[in-house]
Design a protein around this ligand. Sequence first.
Ligand code: SF4
Length: 599
Amino acid sequence: MSAPPAPPRIVLPHVPALVTGVKGAVLLDTDGEFHRLSLAQAAAQARDTAPLVCHMPAVAGRLGLDHFPALDILELFAFVRPARFCLPTPKGVMEAVGLARAADPEDEAEGLFRCARMLLEELADATRADTAVRAADTRSIAWAMARAGWGWGTAVLAALGIQGDGGRNNGLRVWERLPEWSEHAPEPPPGNVPVEAEEARKRLAAILGPTAEQRPAQADYASAVTGAFIPRDHAGEPRMVLAEAGTGTGKTLGYIAPASLWAEKNGAPVWISTHTRNLQRQLDTELDRLFPDPLEKARRVVVRKGRENYVCLLNYEEQMMRNRPQEAVATGLMARWLLATRDGDMVGGDFPGWLSDLLGRARTLGLADRRGECIFSGCPHFNKCFIEKAVRRARRADIVVANHALVMVQAALGGLDDASQPTRLVFDEGHHVFDAADGAFSTHLSGMETTEVRRWLLGPEGENTRSRARGLKRRAEELVGLAEEAPAALDSALAAAQALPGPGWQNRIMDGAPGNPTEVFLSLVRQQVYARAQGTDSPYSLETECRPMVDGLAEAAMALAQSLGRLGCRCCCSRAAWKRSWTTRPPTWTPPPAPASKA
Ligand code: SF4
């Protein structure tokens, strides 16, 4: 008796496909017939049939709906090709999987099914060719998502050859699969070997390749940049490039050539800093010309950004452990991305931005590290943390792609996450460096910043019970007993923190009912700006002169300065003029009594 035939591996969903335009839509029904519909007709179909679409929130927006049940091709794409790019449109997905460009909406509707078939075939083939552990992870993640009711669950399980019980669920514990970063001995200090002009020209020619158009000006420029890669002659006089040139002039490769040579000769990284995260991405892509082998590039090039750009594994674990059915698809797709991402960068890295549209910001971008929440070596994932890994990799890389804000904050704080400071810097988009320096080296006060400080000091308040921020008291409890004066100092700081904006501060300020010195100050600043600035309906760049101040603003500033002084703030409030004011004028607000110490 012959064995029963194996079930088919490619099972396409039996639903219509819907593609919307600005004025109308095309529906490909389950009998293979195309229908041209008005947007109102398409909305009715969408609600009733749970169609195959591309980017449900965008389609819903066109149809005037908040939401409708749908099978989104982008979710399948994110599962099969995690950490890979495609435009979130039918044409974009078709192009990404290698299909011919759609000529009309009918082609696009049919193309959605063809994309689904190709992605499922790709998944089946890739999982057969994968290592046993990786294939088991893929199956386990798919199983967890399917069990929670993922629309693609049946099709994906069939493609993976899963029948009946999919087995273990621990594929979602991705941290167990991630490699640990290893601590190396401190790097030796960088050498002082110069880069010769002729070497830079040759390196540029090698990067461009033999068939490239000859551009003598670019070669001259590369050789001129070597002036920034000669040894320093005087302490405190840095060697740096401040580059500014139009697009298409060959500026980037012109400085990459000598920078890469200097890094190789001196055993230390050159930091290339640009203005925005998007430009960081472009620069990183340009470095493919220097390091075409992805493995070599991963070793020799590191993209550095602020911590809030990177996923926090502890946040992911907390989401996974909550085990809520409504979060299962997001957790599964995040698990797939975490196992595939190059560096855990969620903003401008290999995280598809449209995933947060599909799955919700809190379940995706909300997993990034938040200020004051990292518990560093107290974290069970510290040795696998993407942020810590990026810091350590940057020490051993040839090229670090950073942004001006990070470089300037690092300069202002003397090292940031890392005590080491680069000795060779290239500032691209050089005209923005001065603004970044202003931002990092100047003192400013804002509602958002002061709210963060309060949260850092007092821990989560109000409804934000999911936050891991622990407040200064819990963080410092083991240290407080070590010094006699510490409990009183801690209590004083916590009492002073009551002067910072608490939950709901924005509403209180807009309602003219501020609750503490910072809120009083911000409320009066707001009053002055709105009274005098032009275009007050714009959310951006509302500015006006400081003087003359509206009634009460000077006094509010003094009261605030006194309150911040109790926190030990050593910026504006330590200035002599402010100090004089405190001694001559009484404060207009008195902090509440310090809470009783448990120490
Ligand atoms: S070390 Fe900090 S940022 Fe990294 S995973 Fe742990 S808590 Fe998150």
